[in-house]
Ligand binder design. Sequence first.
Ligand code: NAP
Length: 325
Amino acid sequence: MFAWLCENPIGPEALTWKELPTPAPGAGEVRVAIKAASLNFPDLLIVQNKYQMKPPLPFVPGSEFAGLVDAVGPGVTHLKPGDPVAAFGGTGGFATHAIVRAALVLPLPPGFALDDAAAFVLTYGTTHHALLDRAALKSGETVLVLGAAGGVGTAAIQIAKAVGARVIAAASSDAKCALCRELGADATINYTSGNIRDEIKALTDGKGPDVVYDPVGGDLAEPVFRSIAWRGRYLVVGFAQGGIPALPLNLALLKGASIVGVFWGEFARREPQANAAALAQLAQWYAQGLVKPVIDRRLPMTALMQAYERMGSRLVQGKLVLTND
Ligand SMILES: NC(=O)c1ccc[n+]([C@@H]2O[C@H](COP(=O)([O-])OP(=O)(O)OC[C@H]3O[C@@H](n4cnc5c(N)ncnc54)[C@H](OP(=O)(O)O)[C@@H]3O)[C@@H](O)[C@H]2O)c1
């Protein structure tokens, strides 16, 4: 097998594409021949030693992928070689093969494209948990999505529309805003060219959004939190801008608003049944055409550096997918 190896977590430039012995699955494990893996922001943080999870060195980055089971270990009965699966393992995906715990593997229903499956579990799982579980978003409410053309942002537009919410999508360029409208956003805000508070006010008749979905953080958080509606829910999803914002708590009091943390990986670990139910609903929505990953572009697995550069320079629209052909 071949894999991108992280021996020194100082950034993507230190990764090397290496041939390694193809491992055999142990008890309760399967080996997956990876067909596609997607790049998520945490994959960038983890090779810079900036992610909350710090795997022992060396490790293979790549948090989610899809492919075909090509060997099963002792005790695995629900999977067999040839089965199409998606996996979220936290690491291991930027390779030709990976060993995964069978319990973490998601058998794919017929008709689920492997490229889509590789770009699905983390972004849609996080966003379903955030909007429906943590924020209890209801039909007819307004949700403001920041970084709306990114991976979790595009999923947020689709999931909010699937439950009948009104979506205001905010992003850093007119091209990104145009993509958000194509995906069903009812209105957009380019936050690099206007005053975000004035625009939110104008688009919500002065009321503000009921729910804010924030994967960006930094200097956007405070002005947006100041604009939230009465009983609003502010979802803390991530800090792609780098800075971790601090919010004056009097604003939460004045609006009767909640600041709600979202940590999908921990939710999946602590509440596996609730997570499985959410993923089953998402798979159903995929089959009905209500949600579908937006693929920015497909690159060969060996072009991982190019993918990291695109993500680091804020160019990705939707998800980048790396493929083994
Ligand atoms: N809480 C959880 O469970 C969970 C799960 C998955 C991901 N996340 C977090 O969610 C965030 C987004 O992840 P993603 O995979 O969707 O990433 P992504 O596709 O790269 O999207 C991030 C968006 O953030 C914006 N951004 C602002 N400043 C940026 C900067 N300096 N560099 C890069 N992007 C910047 C960009 O939109 P504009 O250019 O439009 O501003 C970009 O589209 C990350 O912080 C990630 O760690 C959290």
